[in-house]
Design a protein around this ligand. Structure first.
Ligand code: GLC
Ligand code: CA
Length: 517
C-alpha cells in the first residue's frame, strides 16, 4: 500500500490493560515498568506491536478514558521517563507501541474543563460544548445542568464525568450556542489534540488507537465533518510523522479509512460484524450461534458477507482489524471453548488487515463477572490481572496482599497460566505462537495479500486463499465434512484433513493452513 507506515503490513498487535498486566513495585496495580519487563514475553508469543489503554493522569472514573492531563503518565503507572524507556526497549526488540488517544472528551477534572467552567471568558471557554443558559438543556445528547458557576449546561460524551470537547456542529439547529465545525472558535480543540499526538510521537511512540473516533463533530449524521477533521490529522502525520499509525474505534471501515484517513479500523462486536458472527453471536434464547461454536452456528457466508464488502471498498487505502476482544467485551473464552478457540485464532491470524489480540486471550483467561471497578461495570470481568504462573503468589501478577490487588486474580484451581502453557507444546499459548510465526514468515498471510474465497457454503465449511500460494480451510462443526480440494504441504493442521484424489475429508473441528497445489 502506498503512503502507509511500512511496519503495518506485518504488524500483529497485543493489547495491554496496564492496570492488570504486571506489577513491579508491589502496590497491587500493574505499571509501565511491568510492561517493559514483559516485552520479551510478548515477543516470544510472536506479537510485534503493543496497544496500551490510557496511561495518563486521570481520576479513573472510566479506567483512564477520562483523561485529566494528556501530557503526563499517571503516577500509579510510573513516570513519563518510564514510558520513554518502555518505547525504546520495545524498539530495541523490533516492536512498536501505540497509545490510546481520547479526543472526544476529557475528565471533568481536566484543567481545560475547570477553566471552561468559569463564568469569565478565557481561552478554554469554547473548548467544551455549553448550552445557552443553565435552564436550557437542549434536546438530543446528554447534558449536565448546574455543574458549574458558568451559566450553561455542558454536553457529555460518555459517562457523567466525561464532558464533550467542542469540535463544533455540522448541522446547526440553534446558532445561539452551536458553533460550526469550521468556526475559528473551535479550531483550538483539534490543534491541541494534534499537539498531544506530536508530544508523544516526538518521544518515540509509534501512533495511537483513537477512542470513539467518530464522535467529534455533533449533528454530523453521515460523519463527513468528523472525517474532514481526521483528514487534517492524517495530512499532518503524512508530512511530519509518515511512520506513525492511527487506528480508529469507528467500526465503519469505509468511513474511517476512505473518508477520515485512518490506517486501520477495528471491527468491534456490533451484531452485523465479522467479530460478532465469528466469535460472540449468542441469540435471544441464549443459544450460541458463533461460527466457531461446534454445535450451532451461522453460515460462513453470513459471517463474511459484510466484511468482504468493506474489505473490497477499502482495498488499497487501509486495513480492517479483527480483534480477539478488548477491554470492553466479554472475553472470547466466554463464548468459545478451547478447541473452538484454536480455530477462531487461526481465522484471526490468517485474514488480511492487522490482527489485535487482547492480553490473556492466548491462554483463554476467563471472563469473571464481578462488581464494577473504575467504571467497568460488565466490562470489569474482562479486566482481571494477567495469569503468569500457577506456583506464584497472585499467579505472579503482584506481590501485594490479596486485598490490595487492583482486581483479584482468577482463584479457580484450573485458572490457566502462561508459564505452565509455555511448557506444554500442545497448549493454546503455543498454538498462538505458531500462528504468529507462520504469519511472520509468509508474506501471503500478512496484511496486504489478497483474500479470495474458494469455498463458502451452507455446509459451514470455509476455505480461502491468501496471496498467490496459501490456502486456509475450516470445518468448525462436530461432524466430518468433505469438499473438492487438494492440498500441497501443510503449514499447520488442527484436527485432521485427509486428501484422497481430488477430495479432502475434514475431521470435526479442523483447520488447516496449506500451500496451494
Ligand atoms: C471506548 C473505550 C471504552 C470507554 C469509552 C469512553 O469505547 O474503549 O473503554 O469507556 O470509549 O471513552
Ligand atoms: Ca505497581
Amino acid at each position: 500500500m502506498s503512503n502507509m507506515p511500512k511496519w503495518l503490513s506485518n504488524a500483529r498487535f497485543y493489547e495491554i490493560y496496564p492496570q492488570s498486566f504486571y506489577d513491579t513495585n508491589g502496590d497491587g496495580i500493574g505499571d509501565l515498568n511491568g510492561i517493559t519487563a514483559k516485552l520479551d514475553y510478548v515477543k516470544q508469543l510472536g506479537f510485534n506491536a503493543l496497544w496500551l489503554n490510557p496511561c495518563f493522569v486521570s481520576p479513573f472514573k472510566d479506567a483512564g478514558y477520562d483523561v485529566a492531563d494528556y501530557y503526563k503518565i499517571a503516577p500509579r503507572y510510573g513516570t513519563n521517563e518510564d514510558m520513554y524507556r518502555l518505547v525504546s526497549e520495545a524498539h530495541a526488540r523490533d516492536m512498536h507501541v501505540i497509545l490510546d488517544l481520547v479526543p472526544g472528551h476529557t475528565s471533568d477534572k481536566c484543567k481545560w474543563f475547570r477553566q471552561s467552567c468559569k463564568p469569565t471568558r478565557n481561552v478554554y471557554s469554547d473548548r467544551y460544548i455549553w448550552s445557552k443558559c443553565v435552564w436550557d438543556r437542549p434536546q438530543g445528547y446528554s447534558w449536565v445542568a448546574g455543574g458549574a458557576d458558568r451559566d450553561g449546561c455542558y454536553m457529555l460524551n460518555f459517562f457523567n464525568s466525561q464532558p464533550a470537547l467542542n469540535y463544533g456542529f455540522n448541522e446547526i439547529t440553534d446558532a445561539s450556542w452551536q458553533m460550526s465545525y469550521t468556526d475559528e472558535r473551535v479550531q483550538g480543540t483539534l490543534n491541541e489534540m494534534m499537539n498531544v499526538m506530536r508530544y508523544w510521537l516526538d518521544r518515540g511512540v509509534d501512533g495511537f488507537r483513537v477512542d470513539m473516533a467518530d464522535s467529534l463533530v455533533k449533528n454530523d449524521e453521515d460523519k463527513t465533518a468528523t472525517a474532514s477533521l481526521w483528514r487534517k490529522v492524517r495530512t499532518m502525520l503524512d508530512e511530519e510523522y509518515p511512520e506513525a499509525v492511527i487506528v480508529s474505534e469507528w467500526c465503519n471501515a469505509p468511513r474511517s479509512i476512505n473518508k477520515a484517513g485512518f490506517h486501520c479500523d477495528f471491527i468491534l462486536n456490533h451484531w452485523y460484524k465479522l467479530g460478532h458472527y465469528a466469535f460472540r453471536y449468542v441469540d435471544d434464547k441464549g443459544v450460541n450461534k458463533s461460527y466457531f461454536c461446534k454445535t450451532s452456528h451461522v453460515s460462513a457466508k453470513d459471517m463474511l458477507e459484510k466484511y468482504l464488502d468493506e474489505l473490497k471498498q477499502t482495498e488499497g487505502n487501509g486495513y480492517i482489524s479483527l480483534i480477539s476482544g478488548n477491554h470492553d467485551t466479554e472475553r472470547i473464552s466466554y463464548t468459545l471453548d478451547e478447541s473452538e478457540l484454536r480455530l477462531a485464532y487461526t481465522l484471526l491470524l490468517t485474514l488480511p488487515g492487522v490482527p489485535f489480540f487482547y492480553y490473556g486471550d492466548e491462554i483463554a483467561m476467563r471472563y469473571i463477572p464481578q462488581p464494577s471497578k473504575e467504571g467497568g461495570f460488565h466490562r470489569t470481568g474482562t479486566r482481571t490481572p494477567m495469569q503468569w504462573d500457577k506456583t506464584q503468589q497472585n499467579l505472579g501478577f503482584s506481590t501485594a496482599e490479596r486485598r490490595k490487588l487492583y482486581l483479584d486474580v482468577d482463584r479457580l484451581d484450573d485458572a490457566p497460566c502462561a508459564k505452565q502453557q509455555m511448557e506444554d507444546p500442545s497448549s493454546l499459548w503455543n498454538l498462538v505462537r505458531t500462528l504468529n510465526g507462520i504469519r511472520q514468515s509468509h508474506v501471503d498471510l500478512q496484511s496486504d495479500a489478497q483474500l479470495k474465497v474458494l469455498h463458502c457454503s451452507s455446509d459451514s465449511v470455509l476455505c480461502y486463499q491468501r496471496g498467490g500460494n496459501i490456502g486456509v480451510v475450516f470445518n468448525p462443526t462436530d461432524e466430518q465434512r468433505t469438499l473438492p480440494l487438494t492440498m500441497g504441504d501443510k503449514l499447520l493442521e488442527i484436527g485432521k484433513a485427509t486428501t484422497d484424489g481430488n477430495t479432502t475429508i475434514l475431521a470435526p473441528q479442523t483447520a488447516v493452513i496449506f500451500k496451494l497445489k
